[in-house]
Design a protein around this ligand. Structure first.
Ligand SMILES: Cc1cc2nc3c(=O)[nH]c(=O)nc-3n(C[C@H](O)[C@H](O)[C@H](O)COP(=O)(O)O)c2cc1C
Length: 239
């Protein structure tokens, strides 16, 4: 690993979060969509062939709700990734994926762009809100449309929501990714009362804690990503 990350860009934004803690109940207020309006879509950090040793991340935005908060979280994460020389990232957005909810692939269809991005990735970060104590249906659909793309690769989670910070969504996703032969990263970042934690420009009001949590998570993701990339190259994963 090492090298430099390639192109940057990306809007600013930040969020509040912590790596663990979980509430066990939610209130009706949690289910409201009274978050701030969604930010502009974050720009994409494109992987570069110039730096093949850099770990290629696919950052998956798991919400497609109108007025969603997800792009603010994504922009915050891209800022953290941009600070590092060992990572580069490409966005996979469920809002753009346009994957049918029936598993009927058009006969002439080639590999979907999403599939190509996931296949090329060494590691994933899934950004998930919490909807009714779990993760969004559109995210599950995107996961289910793919199989080999996830195998023997690490998956990290950034969650957000009401008082729970999306932690239940993350724990549900761990079960799903275990079935897909993926390895989930222990430490996560979770944004409790996410909307209120950012200012109108998408900057986190108290970024130290969440930024530190992101470093821990990304350090672990890099370790696993490099280890599994080497292992897949030395001995293809047989399942
Ligand atoms: C249908 C729905 C269900 C929700 N359920 C929960 C919940 O169970 N727990 C929670 O903490 N927040 C819940 N929320 C609040 C969302 O997590 C929060 O609004 C978040 O910003 C949604 O992500 P998005 O704006 O990117 O779609 C819910 C929101 C919606 C729209």
């Amino acid at each position: 690993m090492t090298s430099t990350s390639s192109t940057a860009t990306a809007s600013t934004a930040t969020t509040s979060a912590s790596t663990t803690s979980a509430s066990t109940t939610s209130t009706p207020a949690e289910n409201s969509s009274a978050e701030k309006p969604s930010a502009e879509k974050p720009s994409v950090q494109k992987p570069s062939a110039e730096n093949p040793s850099v770990l290629r991340l696919a950052v998956i935005i798991g919400s497609n709700r109108e007025g969603r908060f997800g792009p603010v979280i994504a922009a915050w994460l891209l800022d953290r990734i941009r600070e590092r020389a060992d990572l580069m990232a490409e966005i996979v957005d469920v809002a753009d994926a346009q994957l049918p909810t029936t598993f009927a692939r058009p006969p002439q269809a080639g590999p979907h762009e999403v599939a190509r991005t996931l296949e090329a990735a060494d590691a994933f970060v899934v950004l998930t809100p919490e909807y009714n104590h779990s993760f969004p249906a559109a995210l599950k659909n995107l996961i289910d449309w793919h199989y080999t793309e996830w195998r023997a690769k690490p998956v990290a989670f950034v969650s957000y929501g009401g008082v729970s910070g999306g932690l239940r969504a993350t724990e549900h996703l761990r079960q799903v990714f275990a079935e897909l032969h993926a390895t989930t990263i222990r430490d996560t970042v979770s944004f409790h009362n996410a909307g209120a934690s950012f200012d109108d420009e998408g900057r986190h009001r108290e970024p130290a804690g969440v930024n530190a949590a992101a470093k821990v998570m990304l350090d672990q993701l890099v370790w696993w990503g490099e280890a599994l990339r080497e292992a897949r190259a030395a001995r293809p994963y047989a399942g």
